[in-house]
Design a protein around this ligand. Structure first.
Ligand code: RUB
Length: 329
């Protein structure tokens, strides 16, 4: 029987169904799911407590495959909890420490977005016309911070089919008082010639500096390259993928057909298959800088960010919770 608490299962379901979305928000929600698992665990030994948290980590990990922030958030929490559990037999103390570990991740994530806003806003000048894409808290923070500093600029926001995350970005920018244009995705190349620079977010960054973000980002990058614009990526450093140091590829999530076409239309066709990839990879050649909370780096420096965080990563550490789950589960 699953020991994963209903509230954690609900967080997992919200991530799977995209009620909770955006790489940073997914990571923080997943860490909250682990905090709940630790708090609600009835285990009387620290190893059983780790087992309960590990079961929750597995469920949360399997919700969405592309946003590396998710396994990185789970890894941050689990490795620290494991170290505490090894140091004591006091289950109640480890349970309390779980809350501190989770809170420190959430605070680190919130502060990283604020720092990205400060650093990235320096790249915005008066009179700029900016492109963004999808809905990224980190990219939006740059725009909102620049606006609060008094910079005058406007922003093109494509709808971002099929889930229309552009509308969330527009609502945020509107609330902040930033002038923006709603455009269809088809208008990106045509209107890119009217813009000066691009800011997007990231779900994952590979060791070679390639950026995984909402499907269509690589087309935005191509259009920006053709129009000779600067292309900036805003990403907290926990979105860099350690497994890519071992040559592993980041999985591209493919979602249900129903996000694109109603089921009755689909069943009326006999020879049509819907493909709905949710992300694509923008190669480093199209990226001028990645703006992290530590400063802006050229994409080719992604490997040094990874080395600082993980050393020369080895595969045994990939999913640290798995070794705590009994084989029968
Ligand atoms: C969201 C998306 C965002 C990144 C970065 O995709 O591609 O650009 O997650 O967002 P989805 P943030 O809607 O499929 O989750 O900067 O908020 O982490």
């Amino acid at each position: 029987m699953s020991s994963v608490p209903p509230k954690t299962l609900q967080i997992a379901e919200d991530i799977r169904s995209m009620r909770t979305r955006g790489a940073g928000r997914i990571a923080c929600a997943a860490v909250q799911g682990l905090m709940i698992a630790a708090e609600e665990s009835r285990a009387s030994t620290t190893e059983h407590l780790l087992q309960d948290v590990a079961q929750a980590a597995r469920v949360l990990y399997n919700t969405r495959p592309s946003a590396v922030s998710l396994p990185n958030g789970l890894r941050y929490f689990f490795t620290r909890l494991e170290a505490k559990a090894k140091a004591t037999d006091d289950t109640a103390a480890v349970r309390r420490q779980a809350q501190d570990i989770g809170q420190s991740f959430i605070t680190m994530s919130t502060n990283a977005v604020k720092a990205i806003g400060q650093i990235g806003s320096r790249f915005i000048d008066d009179g700029d016309v900016i492109f963004t894409y999808c809905n990224s808290a980190a990219a939006a923070e740059i725009l909102i911070t620049a606006h609060q500093m008094g910079r005058q600029f406007s922003v093109y926001v494509p709808e971002t089919r099929p889930k229309y995350q552009g509308y969330i970005t527009l609502t945020w920018l509107d609330k902040a008082g930033i002038a923006s244009y709603l455009i269809t995705d088809n208008a990106i190349r045509y209107l890119m010639g009217h813009a000066d620079k691009v800011f997007v977010g990231a779900d994952a960054i590979a060791a070679n500096g390639a950026v995984l973000n909402k499907i269509g980002t690589s087309m935005v990058a191509l259009a920006a390259d053709e129009a000779r614009l600067d292309f900036f990526v805003a990403a907290e450093s926990y979105k860099f993928s350690p497994l890519t140091m071992l040559g592993e590829l980041i999985q591209i999530e493919e979602r249900e057909a129903s996000e694109i076409v109603p089921a009755d239309r689909l069943t009326s066709w006999k020879h049509v298959t819907v493909r709905n990839p949710a992300f694509d990879l923008t190669p480093p050649e199209y990226i001028d800088a990645i703006i992290t909370e530590q400063g802006q780096i050229p994409p080719q420096a992604a490997i040094s960010i990874l080395y600082e965080q993980y050393g020369w990563f080895t595969s045994e550490l990939a999913l640290p919770w798995e070794s705590h789950i009994p084989p029968s589960s």
